[in-house]
Design a protein around this ligand. Structure first.
Ligand code: PEP
Ligand code: MG
Length: 761
């Protein structure tokens, strides 16, 4: 028999769950949160029993954490594997399990003494967040009072709301767990996690002890701590001074190593630290008798909440800075400051990684990085490559629970990690590493001129992201810079670099290239390259949004400042300015107009600058192909950015691993479009180069040379290898290969041709 009327008071239930969230924030007592939840859900749903099982990622078990209606002695004791019992089934299959007669279901699991058998009507819904399993919410009623579809819908809504609250509570639970037990679990964990399959985000190998960083957890631990010792106002001022000194030193250290990228990483920290309201409010509390750590906690929390809940996204982003500052300040007060060089030689396992974090880790000489559960934008990955930090991305969240100092081997060539690797594994990697040393590292030196086997001249240029890349480029005597991605300093800094700052960076680049051609690509922001200080831009589809040259043309003052800095820095050198993502001749003309205006102004102002820069475009959009002859009348040079060109020709996100199999440089349309562009440029006497990744992929060299490409620009690390590969190619054969490839219509045939080519080499 079903009780008439609406059994679940849905809206009230959701409202009350929200209230629980507030309650939890105040008390941070997880057990009471769970107990209140089950009591409330049982009452609102008029159920005899409500229980919450939470899923333990390490043991892969559901554990009964709170119940209203069952024997409470079993809390913490009932454990179910995924798929075990009706509750385990709900989580395994990620669906509600609803039974009128639960004990008759073959999956029902009987636990003597819990008295579950008294309640025949059963409803379990999984609690999940994203793809993360959190637990199961279970309702039970006596025979006849069964659950229907509307009950299921309502309970699912409640579970989804609970998911966030419980997720927050879970890591606190881990903190409060007795230490010994945690260590035991963790030791078992490192036994279990031997081999981690991930995704390579940069290259190289690294081996060292692990440091697990979890900023959110550190903050929560500090904020929920008891402070036995009473500190003084002087102690607080001492902590302020120490924190400021540390930040300035860190800033300096990063600045020395990476002068173009490092500025102002800690600017917001230092401003807050010197803010008289922030410091004044804490001092007031201390003077009124509050212990300094609690005063920092109170004021810090107010600021963090203020930033986080402000409608302004720029302010919201600053939350991370204030969180970081509170941790530093508090640690200094408690004299628990992290020792300097704490990352040197270590493998950093982390859940979040900003470009600025990468800079700090690099300047402190961390050996490698495992980013857990994050997505790596192609530019975070390019940055890791520029900084020469082996980095992989993994979805194995258990890595975050590894005990500190666990030895880890990061293989960023294959994208894998080995936890506490055996001697055998280490030896294998050592010999592989030797074999993978670049030719330069093996003592080979580059020849000043690159030619094919039959003597055709090919020019090799370098792609530069950070000034740090120039070291290798100069050592290898590249013939110039074919692509300087100017957005890198913009992305990493916390503010827009002004003209003077850009001038300084660009001048260094020009100076180091000693008169060789330097191609500045103007700001190519947007897509996966975001500027944290530009917050007006929130787009559904950033790859197709306000990016690259479109951004520059809509922000002409920013664009003009960059052009001025480039023109000034390029005085007396072979300067080229290249506009990214050009889609029409009109766009090119508008961009060129900005350059002309800057030239005019600089002339009037009598400022030294380059008066005749060559102006060119990147060919990255398919819409350029049909207009290429017309472009050739306007633009002085072209460079095919194959990374984006392929992405937009094929409609495949270059950063999305799920569709990586469809991202194919040798798609027949890509090859034919490239041929058309190269042919047209050569016919018109316009310089044409390739600066996307295809330029360093050896299997495509015969095709590229065969269609008439004579300039390749690539990450300087590939220069030697590519020079050597080119010297083995005969141009006639390359032309025949290219012609053959251009007649083919099927990807599968082209794949075969490419494989055959690489076997022949
Ligand atoms: C490209 O698209 O090929 C290119 C070189 O530009 P980026 O990789 O910086 O987008
Ligand atoms: Mg591009």
């Amino acid at each position: 028999m079903k009780i008439p009327g609406k059994l679940m008071d849905n809206e009230r239930l959701l409202y009350d769950i929200n209230q629980l969230n507030d309650l939890f924030r105040e008390s941070a007592n997880i057990q009471s949160l769970l107990d209140k939840t089950v009591a409330m859900v049982a009452s609102h749903t008029r159920s005899d029993v409500c229980s919450i099982y939470l899923y333990n990622n390490e043991s892969r078990e559901l554990v009964l954490r709170a119940t209203r209606g069952l024997n409470p002695d079993f809390v913490g004791k009932i454990r179910l594997k995924l798929g075990q019992g009706l509750t385990g089934l709900a989580l395994q299959e990620l669906r509600p399990v609803c039974e009128k007669d639960a004990t008759r279901n073959p999956n029902f699991k009987f636990f003597p003494g819990i008295f579950e058998e008294r309640y025949e009507c059963f409803l379990a819904v999984p609690i999940v967040r994203g793809i993360g399993k959190i637990g199961v919410l279970v309702l039970q009623r006596k025979k006849g009072n069964y659950f229907d579809d509307s009950d299921i819908t309502a309970l699912e809504a409640a579970a989804s709301q609970l998911a966030n609250i419980i997720e927050n509570a879970r890591f606190l639970m881990a903190i409060h767990e007795p230490h010994g037990e945690e260590t035991k679990v963790k030791t078992a964990l490192s036994e279990k996690l031997k081999f981690i399959r991930g995704k390579a985000a940069s290259g190289g190998f690294a081996y060292g002890p692990a440091t697990v960083t979890n900023k959110k957890k550190n903050l929560a631990m500090l904020l929920h701590r008891d402070f036995d010792y009473t500190y003084s106002l002087d102690d607080f001022h001492g902590a302020i001074a120490k924190t400021a000194a540390q930040l300035e030193e860190l800033q300096e250290q990063v600045g020395q190593k990476l002068s173009d990228a490092a500025s102002l990483i800690f600017a917001a920290h230092l401003v807050i630290l010197k803010d008289k309201h922030f410091v004044g409010d804490i001092v007031k509390l201390i003077e009124s008798g509050v212990n300094p750590p609690l005063a920092i906690k109170q004021v810090g929390t107010q600021y963090m909440e203020g930033f986080a809940t402000s409608g302004n996204s720029y302010m919201q982003e600053k939350t991370q800075d204030i969180e970081d500052l509170v941790v530093r300040l508090m640690s200094n007060l408690l004299s628990e400051a992290e020792e300097p060089d704490k990352f040197r030689g270590r493998i950093i396992i982390t859940r979040e990684l900003l470009p600025s974090d990468l800079l700090i880790l690099s300047s402190e000489e961390a050996s490698g990085i495992v980013l857990v559960g994050g997505t790596v934008t192609s530019h975070l990955s390019i940055l890791a490559r520029s900084l020469r930090i082996p980095m992989i991305v993994s979805d194995t969240y258990e890595l975050l629970d590894l005990p500190g100092n666990t030895p880890i081997l990061v293989d960023a060539e294959a994208g894998n990690a080995y936890v506490d690797p055996s001697e055998e594994v280490l030896e294998r990697f050592e010999s592989q590493q030797k074999a993978r040393l670049t030719l330069a590292e093996q003592g080979h030196s580059i020849k000043p001129v690159t030619t094919t086997r039959d003597g055709t001249r090919v020019h090799l240029f370098a792609n530069i992201n950070l000034l740090a890349d120039l070291k290798v480029a100069c050592e290898l005597q590249c013939e110039g810079v074919g692509l300087y991605r100017t957005e890198f300093p913009f992305m990493i800094r916390k503010n827009l670099p002004n003209e003077a700052e850009q001038f300084m960076i660009y001048s260094k680049l020009v100076e180091l290239m000693r008169g060789k051609p330097v191609t500045f690509r103007t700001l190519d922001m947007g897509g996966d390259k975001t500027l944290s200080y530009y917050h007006d831009i929130r787009e559904q589809n950033p790859a197709l949004g306000l990016r690259s040259i479109r951004f520059s043309l809509q922000n002409k003052p920013v664009f003009a400042k960059q052009i001025r800095a480039i023109l000034r820095a390029g005085a007396g050198t072979d300067l080229r300015i290249m506009f990214p993502m050009i889609s029409s001749i009109d766009e090119f003309c508008q961009a060129r107009e900005v350059v002309f205006e800057c030239l005019k102004k600089l002339g009037k102002q009598n400022v030294e600058h380059n008066r005749e820069p060559k102006l060119g475009i990147m060919v990255e959009l398919p819409c350029v192909v049909d207009l290429i002859d017309d472009f050739a009348r306007e633009a002085e040079f072209f460079s095919i950015g194959t990374n984006d060109f392929i992405q937009f020709m094929l409609g495949v996100d270059r950063t999305n691993e799920n569709v990586a199999g469809s991202y194919l440089p040798h798609h027949p349309s890509v090859l034919r479009a490239m041929k058309k562009v190269v042919h047209s440029a050569n016919q018109s006497g316009r310089e044409i180069s390739i600066c996307g990744d295809m330029a360093h992929q050896e299997q495509y060299l015969p095709f590229l040379l065969g269609i008439g490409v004579r300039i390749l620009s690539m990450d300087p690390h590939y220069l030697l290898r590519i020079q050597k590969a080119i010297s083995g190619i005969d141009l006639d054969e390359a032309q025949a290969t290219a012609e053959n490839m251009l007649t083919q219509t099927k990807i599968s045939d082209l794949t075969q041709t490419l494989n055959l080519n690489s076997v022949n080499e």
